[in-house]
Write a protein that binds this ligand. Structure first.
Ligand SMILES: [Zn+2]
Length: 318
């Protein structure tokens, strides 16, 4: 397996959000990566290049707070298309990307799209979010920790400074040494920079305790929620249709929940997040997870709180 542990540093518009180019809110200024193998965990092969910015010439104060780079360091670097080309050929065939958190591969592709570079990654684009897997294996599955927290937690020696693309990739690889290959491979993530365009491209993935579905685009959130496939519920263990005990109800403007029940495997919590694409359309990300009767009860309570809130709003509307 060709694991590539990737970390990027990026800059944002120094004059604030109003003046940013919405096609590229985060401009990559450094690509760092190490090649990782479970047979010889010590990272041997690495890639690290600075990128000469072409959109935001000076660094945002927040960027300078976290990284030690300064604008003059980037002046002699190569432009993004050159560096990303070097990076992709360094990756070699069939890289399995590992990152700390879900953002890096999305921003890498957004920068590639901005520069008119075609995306060479497979679809759906699976990757391994080591921050998420650290939480699944060592904590509560939900909390997301900083890289330095995880390094301290696992008592990994801090030999080099953080917030430099290569050292963050290196530390992420050191954390992977404390995981098994099975723990990593069974907890993949799906990058959503590109989402399904047609029904036949929709994504279904089944994990040990939950399933994930990513829909094609819809013109509005209402249209998405009306769709039979989006609204359907099934058991992630046996795949059979699971009748709803509580129908989809909204909690906030983009999140919906439901409760369904499989005769053989028990309660399932359904969650739909509606997300907006760059073209303004919406797509649904649905997860269905096996839960305990206590957690099922908590969904009933959540539903009641939501309807109570709605009644109160109606009553006191001016
Ligand atoms: Zn079942």
């Amino acid at each position: 397996m060709n694991y590539i542990v990737l970390d990027l540093e990026w800059n944002q518009c120094p004059e604030g959000k109003e003046k940013e180019d919405s096609r590229i809110p985060f401009e990559i200024i450094e690509i760092g990566a190490v090649r990782f193998s479970f047979s010889s965990p010590a990272p041997s092969d690495s890639f690290c290049r600075l990128v000469k910015p072409s959109v935001y010439a000076s660094l945002h104060h927040r960027t300078m707070e976290v990284i030690s780079l300064r604008s003059q360091d980037l002046k002699n670097a190569e432009a993004f298309p050159v560096v990303v080309g070097q990076f992709l050929s360094w990756c070699q065939k069939e890289p399995l990307f590992c990152t700390w958190g879900p953002a890096d591969l999305t921003e890498l592709q957004r920068n590639m799209a901005y520069h008119g570079i075609s995306i060479p990654f497979p679809f759906p684009f699976f990757y391994y979010d080591i921050q998420k897997i650290f939480s699944i294996v060592y904590e509560d599955r939900k909390t997301r920790r900083s890289l330095e927290y995880a390094v301290d937690f696992l008592k990994i020696k801090k030999e080099i400074p953080f917030h430099d693309a290569l050292s963050d990739a290196y530390y992420t690889a050191r954390i992977m040494e404390r995981l098994t290959e099975e723990q990593i491979l069974s907890n993949s993530s799906i990058d959503c920079f590109r989402t399904p365009e047609r029904k036949k491209d929709e994504i279904y993935v089944t994990y040990a305790t939950y399933s994930k579905y990513i829909s094609r685009p819809f013109s509005s959130k209402q249209q998405a929620m009306k769709d039979r496939t989006v609204a359907s519920t099934f058991c992630c263990r046996c795949g059979k249709s699971a009748p709803k005990k509580i129908r989809w109800f909204s909690a906030g403007s983009a999140n919906y929940f439901c409760l369904s029940y499989c005769e053989a495997h028990g309660y399932l919590k359904g969650k739909i997040r509606l997300r907006q694409r760059r073209d303004g359309k919406f797509y649904a990300v649905k997860t269905q997870k096996l839960i305990s009767p206590e957690e099922a009860y908590a969904i009933r309570e959540k539903k009641e709180i939501q309807s109570l809130k709605r009644r109160l709003r109606k009553k006191f509307r001016p």
